[in-house]
Design a protein around this ligand. Structure first.
Ligand SMILES: [Zn+2]
Length: 69
């Protein structure tokens, strides 16, 4: 399987960076950009409030409550 590469410089290392507020569509939001570590080209966006992590936290709390019932 080929390594994912930056569409601008073709390097293969990426990092995440916090965005400023994005505006449009009638609302403002924050996101994490996935960007090329070399040239900074943005290649993806991740939800600012990591919902997977949050769901796992809530799942653990529900499990603790269920253990007490
Ligand atoms: Zn690049």
């Amino acid at each position: 399987m080929p390594l994912p590469a930056c569409p601008r410089c073709y390097k293969t290392e990426f990092e995440i960076a916090e965005s400023d507020e994005l505006r449009g569509g009638g609302y403002r939001t924050k996101v994490w950009f996935v960007q090329c570590s070399s040239c900074g080209a943005i290649v993806g966006v991740i939800d600012y409030f990591n919902l997977t992590h949050r769901i796992r936290e809530l799942e653990a709390k529900v499990d603790k409550i269920l253990d007490k019932v």
